[in-house]
Design a protein around this ligand. Structure first.
Ligand code: NDP
Length: 448
């Protein structure tokens, strides 16, 4: 059996009931087959793939907190410190009821390659909790965040592990987490990114993942003889990534016509009104039905099991920006049938393996999240640099660095796909380019 297959089987056997983690590993290992098989004995002897797929450290802990009725609640907390070969662990925290160890491991594993692709010195990690911030008061969210940090603080630090936001963790949560870290440690350091602008945050960090997604998409289209201006875009999600993807798409002359949340989706043929969307989701933290109620051109569709939502809308480009496995084979077929020619992932692993394969075989330009959504973590790394320097850069400075990083990422994965005989396969290109840097650093540092 080939080394790649051996390691995949081992991962499945040793990590039962973690399907998302298996899926992420499978995608990466399949892409690496060509690289590994060229030097299989050396990789096997060093157990490089086993070391790559087993986290350096996993921390799991209890988070007790008191709700507004005086009732004690208990949640599970996780931090997976996956790989520190090229820098301190870096990756977001997710607060969502679906969070479990397998989901955090899949996200942490993806993060290794994503962070490598940015060209910046950051290792891979991820964390979170099954806590649901929806419907909680600010005081309850604060109580939870303080309890979460009361355990997490011993495992993180500006040169050790630097968490950030993800689903359910935005500026409010990062503020509460930072405050508690500072209080316990009596130390003011850049231990979290995505901070507020008055206490060490970076300009353009809020916008970075969505803007970065569009910078990369624009470059991918340009290099394939296409222009983003005038194109119709289907976007899913209505959170941090989706909102700023929609905003940048409009600035580049495209027309995003959809967005979605966990309860339903919007089709707005006149183009999404970003100011209204922000008001509904960022300020009121309300459902998307409120968007439709305030805008006559918009249709609201309640989410129903078995229906395919935003992917049934005719579009040129699709940007999945909500969550994992939200775009399946049926969705991919609907997109291709409607003439969609490019898909770039804003979320982490939103497209199933079967859907990815179908899109690629149908000639759709497909960019995986670990490349196309890397702008968020890249800008987090720029926030770390500013914190170390104790300086703040202007919005334009950060935004232009972000743009350059996204253009470089696209060219790196494009070149890797060509070098290994898989031109246009940007999934393989991203995995290979991300892997090579990490593997070289791991080899140089010995058996650790
Ligand atoms: P937010 O919490 O800001 O927004 C998530 C959006 O997706 C919300 O509209 C939410 O709906 C919807 N959503 C979440 N889970 C589900 C679900 N199970 N079913 C349907 N809809 C769902 O998160 P972000 O925008 O930050 O993150 C979105 C994706 O992008 C995630 O995959 C994340 O890992 C990835 N990502 C984020 C980065 C960042 O910088 N924030 C960086 C790189 C990747 P509702 O409004 O109802 O909650």
């Amino acid at each position: 059996m080939s080394y790649v297959d051996e390691v995949y089987d081992l991962v499945v056997a040793k990590n039962p009931a973690q399907p998302e983690f298996h899926q992420a590993v499978k995608e990466v290992l399949e892409s690496l087959r060509v690289v590994i098989e060229a030097d299989e004995d050396a990789y096997r002897k060093e157990a490089l793939l086993e070391r790559l797929t087993v986290p350096e450290r996993i921390v799991q802990f209890r988070i007790p907190w008191v709700d507004d009725k005086g009732q004690v609640q208990v949640n599970n907390g996780f931090r997976v410190q996956f790989n520190s070969a090229i820098g301190p662990y870096k990756g977001g925290l997710r607060f969502h009821p679906s969070v479990n160890l397998g989901i955090i491991k899949f996200l942490g594993f993806e993060q290794i390659f994503k962070n490598s692709l940015t060209g910046l010195p950051i290792g891979g990690g991820k964390g979170g909790s099954d806590f649901d911030p929806k419907g909680k008061s600010d005081r309850e969210v604060m109580a939870f965040c303080q309890s979460f940090m009361t355990e997490l603080y011993r495992h993180i630090g500006a040169d050790t592990d630097v968490p950030a936001g993800d689903i359910g963790v935005g500026g409010r949560e990062i503020g509460f987490l930072f405050g508690q870290y500072k209080r316990i440690r009596n130390q003011y350091e850049g231990v979290l990114t995505g901070k507020g602008l008055t206490y060490g945050g970076s300009l353009a960090r809020t916008e970075a993942t969505g803007y970065g997604l569009l910078y990369l998409t624009e470059e991918m289209l340009k290099c394939n003889g296409k222009d983003i201006a005038g194109k119709t875009i289907a976007v899913s999600g209505a959170g941090n990534v989706a909102i700023y993807a929609i905003q940048k798409a409009q600035q580049l002359g495209a027309k995003p016509v959809t967005c979605s949340d966990s309860t339903g989706w919007i089709y707005d043929p006149e183009g999404i009104d970003v100011a209204l969307l922000k008001e509904v989701k960022e300020v009121k933290r309300a459902r998307l039905s409120e968007y439709a109620a305030a805008r006559s051109s918009a249709e609201y569709h309640e989410k129903k099991a078995g229906e395919h939502g935003v992917w049934t809308v005719k579009c040129d480009i699709a940007l999945p920006c909500a969550t994992q496995n939200e775009l399946d084979l049926e969705d991919a077929k609907a997109l291709v049938g409607n003439g969609c020619f490019a898909v770039a992932e804003g979320a982490n692993m939103p497209t199933t393996l079967e859907a990815t394969e179908y899109l690629q075989k149908s000639g759709v330009l497909f960019c995986p999240g670990k490349a196309s959504n890397a702008g968020g973590v890249a800008t987090s790394a720029l926030e770390m640099s500013q914190n170390s320097e104790r300086l703040s850069w202007t919005f334009e400075e950060v935004d232009s660095k972000l743009q350059q990083i996204m253009v470089n990422i696209f060219h790196n994965l494009d070149e890797a796909s060509k070098k290994y005989g898989m031109e246009g396969d940007y999934v393989a290109g991203a995995n290979i380019a991300g892997f090579l840097k990490v593997a070289t650093a791991m080899k140089a540092q010995g058996i650790v």
